[in-house]
Design a protein around this ligand. Structure first.
Ligand code: ADP
Ligand code: MG
Length: 212
């Protein structure tokens, strides 16, 4: 079997069919290296450059673990900016098409608070957003992370550069310790290693430097 074909991963049939319909014939290198680990439930720290398909790597992982019947926030994706969070939300919705009815909510700073409160009240399976605003919601009681099982830090190096370290720590303190934590970063400075040590459990490193 072709080891870089999505069909080698034993994904649910509707998800696999959808990937094919999106034109995702083969896994990108970061997907091929990280997805078997992610699907096995490991904590992964992945270093790969922009445009390498990181969203689908964690997206396929978190969607596979979701229980659609439980309408609680089971996966949280932290992104450095609203633009990036919007992109991730869009890509996750594309990947989730035709699978069980999965609600993916984007919650970022720089937009009015009220509509976010209403959306969060209605519930979601997956929340994507920026750390500061998510922490505001956590503190007001409008974000409940007690059922979280997948936490993703996307562009973790940029989030640290932007000073989100404390907000991220406060969010993580409200999540169950027994969870899968996936950390994606374009660079791997000492600060990322320290953060990984603090929030991940026996992480497996995946490094893909060549463009696909
Ligand atoms: P990154 O987060 O690494 O910068 P993205 O997840 O945004 O990259 O993906 C970059 C582009 O590649 C997106 O347009 C996405 O739809 C596309 N893509 C992702 N995985 C695949 C794949 N396996 N085959 C073809 N295109 C893909
Ligand atoms: Mg990305």
């Amino acid at each position: 079997m072709n080891p870089t074909a999505f069909s080698s991963l034993h994904l649910k049939a509707p998800l696999l069919k959808n990937l094919v319909s999106l034109g995702y014939a083969e896994m990108t290198p970061v997907q091929a290296h990280s997805l078997p680990l992610i699907l096995a439930g490991k904590d992964v720290i992945a270093k790969a450059k922009t445009g390498s398909g990181k969203t689908a790597a964690f997206g396929i992982g978190l969607l596979t673990r979701l229980d659609a019947a439980s309408f609680r926030v089971q996966a949280l994706v932290l992104c450095p900016t609203r633009e990036l969070a919007d992109q991730v939300g869009k890509e996750l919705r594309r990947i989730a098409r035709f699978t069980d009815n999965i609600k993916i909510l984007t919650v970022c700073g720089g937009v009015p608070f009220g509509p976010q409160l209403t959306s969060l009240e209605h519930g979601a399976h997956v929340v994507v957003g920026t750390p500061g605003r998510l922490l505001d919601h956590l503190r007001r009681g409008s974000l409940d992370l007690s059922a979280l099982h997948t936490l993703v830090l996307d562009e973790a190096d940029r989030m640290l550069d932007m000073g989100f370290q404390e907000d991220i720590s406060a969010l993580i303190a409200a999540a169950p310790p027994k969870r899968q934590t996936l950390l994606f970063s374009a660079t791997y400075p000492e600060s990322i290693a320290a953060m990984s040590g603090a929030i991940q459990h026996e992480p497996v490193e995946v490094s893909v430097d060549e463009a696909h």
